[in-house]
Design a protein around this ligand. Structure first.
Ligand SMILES: Nc1nc2c(ncn2[C@@H]2O[C@H](COP(=O)(O)OP(=O)(O)OP(=O)(O)O)[C@@H](O)[C@H]2O)c(=O)[nH]1
Ligand SMILES: [Mg+2]
Length: 255
């Protein structure tokens, strides 16, 4: 510590001596350059920190993303949705907010769950302020592995990890009595991701497309280990029980 202070003092003395030997104009120029550079640095970091207003809806086919999209936009589920063949992409004030006569527009993108269309998600992640991962809580067990695989792929993408995109796991279709609880779904997904972690790291490196690894080595995987903030909520997109989703959106988007 004393050594550091001594070095700092010496450095300061050298700087003082150097300054004494400079022309006043050179000093003004040097100070101006430092001030200008600092200003540009602050400006750039402020611009970079400005959040976008894009919310990405992802999840397996049939989980209820398109129903949720319409519920958020129009306050109704547009019953009779069919498997989406391309992303649904619109900017709107959340229906519940528009009712109150306030609100800022949100850009919501519903990415189809069909495996061939999923890569479209990469077009939207770089500007995402948040990601909503929709899970079918009714037909959960037969699809648990597939849902965990998709979620694992999302959680290991550089675009998601580097920007620490907040993620809300939505257990949809809670209107049905046989729907699984949010706690059950969270635990099952954690268990499946834990298994995936082991199997995927065992694959030869040439086959690995995941950009980041998950969790803490030697410990069972939990969402709390992720750098991204991950929360779990229940919803019924069909019946309009989407308040936790709206809260998540309002928390993470900026105009
Ligand atoms: N009971 C119930 N059914 C729902 C709910 N949300 C969606 N569904 C139904 O689930 C089915 C699939 O919903 P979609 O919104 O089309 O699913 P998706 O996630 O967009 O599917 P893809 O476009 O194939 O990726 C439809 O028959 C919906 O009516 C819900 O909250 N409760
Ligand atoms: Mg759809």
């Amino acid at each position: 510590m004393d050594q550091c202070i001594q070095r700092a003092k010496e450095g300061f003395r050298e700087l003082e001596q150097w300054a004494r030997h400079q022309q006043p104009m050179d000093l003004v120029a040097a100070v101006a350059i430092v001030v200008l550079t600092s200003f540009l640095f602050v400006l750039l970091s402020c611009l970079r920190r400005r959040k976008s207003n894009t919310i990405v809806l992802a999840g397996l086919s049939g989980s209820g993303k398109t129903t949720l999209f319409y519920q958020l936009r129009d306050g109704s589920s547009h019953q009779g949705t069919v498997t989406s063949m391309e992303p649904n992409d619109d900017s709107f004030v959340l229906h519940s907010e528009a009712d109150k006569g306030k609100g800022k527009p949100v850009h919501v993108v519903d990415v189809p769950g069909h495996s061939r269309l999923r890569p479209k998600i990469d077009d939207y992640l770089p500007q995402a302020a948040g990601l909503i991962f929709v899970v079918d809580a009714l037909d959960f067990l037969p699809n648990c592995r597939a849902a965990a695989e998709y979620l694992y792929d999302i959680l290991t993408k550089a675009s998601v990890v580097k920007k620490k995109i907040p993620i809300l796991i939505v257990c949809n279709k809670s209107d049905k009595v046989t729907a699984h609880s949010t706690e059950f779904i969270r635990k099952q997904l954690e268990k499946e991701i834990d298994k995936l972690r082991t199997s995927r790291t065992a694959i030869s490196t040439a086959d690995i497309t995941n950009e980041y690894t998950l969790g803490v080595p030697g410990e069972a995987f939990t969402f709390s280990q992720c750098v991204n903030k991950i929360t779990v909520a229940g919803s019924s997109a069909l019946n309009g029980e989407v308040s936790q989703i709206e809260q998540f959106i309002l928390e993470h988007v900026k105009p």
